[in-house]
Design a protein around this ligand. Sequence first.
Ligand code: CTP
Ligand code: MG
Length: 576
Amino acid sequence: MKQYLKYIKPYLVSFVVGPLLMIVEVLGEVLMPYFMSLIINEGVANRNVSYIVGIGLTMVLTAFIMMAGGIGGAYFGAKGAISFAADVRRDVFLKIQKFSFANIDKFSTGSLVTRLTNDITQMQNLVNMALRMMLRAPGMLIGAIIMAFGMNPRLALVILVVGPLLALAIFCIVRVAFPRFDIMQKKLDFVNSGIQEALTNVRVIKSFVRGNYEEEKFSRANDDLKEASLNAFRVMILMMPVMTLAMNLTVLAVVWFGGKQVIAGEMLVGDLTAFITYITQILMSLMMLSMVLLQSSRAIASARRVQEVLNETIDLTDDQARYKNLEVRRGKIEFKNVSFRYYKDNHEKVLENISFVANPGEIVGIIGSTGCGKTSLVQMIPRLYDADEGEVLVDDVNVREYSLYHLRNGVGMVLQKNVLFSGTIEENLLWGDEKASEDVLSAAARAAQAEDFINSFIDGYDTELGQGGVNVSGGQKQRLCIARALLKKPKILILDDSTSAVDTATESRIRESFSTSLKDTTKVIIAQRITSVMDADRILVMDEGKIVGEGKHMELLKSCEAYQEIYYSQMDKEAS
Ligand code: CTP
Ligand code: MG
């Protein structure tokens, strides 16, 4: 928890002044009953009006000072808590941005959202509560006890009986509630993950008519959360009535014993009324303390979950970067005996002993059955994942020795499942190069065969895209993604099945434009269709994580069985 101290530091003023101002309010609260007793004992008993007015005015003044203290305390409390939470949120967000794919795989997106929102809110609530109650509750407790004992030590003994009993009751309630809130938070995580997945994939759900299934899944998670919450709050609802009961019984006891003393002339009536107020204050402060305790149990669970994110070791870093300023210049790619698995504990290798060289400017085609490891292979180049064994070299330098920034800047990648962002087409393309002029923009669009359809939209480049690019067709989206990658003017361009939704004629035009506009760029093209890679300078044929053939189209057709198989199956289909 120590690591959160640094978030308090910038707001130290709020964290100190807030509680101090609350002390002002407490002092008033403790003095008020005393003033009251003076009015009754001295003023009323002796019919001394000027005395009553004097004390009365003092009370009015005290009330205003109390209000000022209360307002100030609440203000600084809120300010401190809100600023604290905002800073934590910012850091958690920045950390998540640095996450590697492997890190993200570990936490679910839903869980990350819960941590960023609900968990941090819990922490904010605790800080806010602590700032207001931290000094106030103990201050009130101690102040009231001192006043009560000072007034009538014998009667104050009642507190010694009730106080510990009540403390015990509160302790039991909080202890039972503690773990229940923990469970509640986990269920909330589950509901959020469900919402996240269902909302991002609402189209798929609808097309598979899985709406009912999803609804059921959601209501189950939601019911679970409801049960868990009820379970926790069922204990909590005991708190107030138990407190009230204790309060009433205590007041009764005080009136009973105190009344006797008043009748016997051992106690003044004003003291009795003040005494009752002090007893109430003592119980109130115990209740406040228990509330803080309870909130802290929830917040500590949340703080731990936030800490998990903050302390996650990012497994892809610049630590080994020996050449921090080196940029990718030529675009040579070399794999030396690379092996890789996604799950490090006794899972099968996804890539095994991959070795090949691609020279600058070459077109490298990669082909192979689905799941054979094509995407995994190319992800090693911009270090989306790191190889477990062997080396991946770009321009004869191990990719780990580049800074991630320069390496990824030199490698343009159109992912298999790529997305566009909400905003205009132009804004999306500018991701590739913020400073691109209109000419450069349209040249890239032209090369990706996207210019025609962009211009066919009424708003052209200013057409607004929905989130994820929902309002363009699959093939149009792919072409926009290619144009975006082209604008980076990468030395290495990777297209992972990026023309699968584009018709063959358009696709061959894209290939043609590459051979003129991207002459020096090394192009790695993953494809399902042999026609997409037929002209490549080098074709890698993959099967179950291994390269089983390498060469030009005609060579492979003669020598590589796996390639022949793919070729003839596709030719047959075309012929029939
Ligand atoms: N895989 C995995 N975890 C991931 C991604 C993939 O375990 N996060 C596994 C897949 O189950 C698959 C293997 O890794 O068995 C190779 O996946 P991939 O490289 O994505 O296969 P591709 O050849 O790209 O398949 P496709 O043609 O379908 O894109
Ligand atoms: Mg793939």
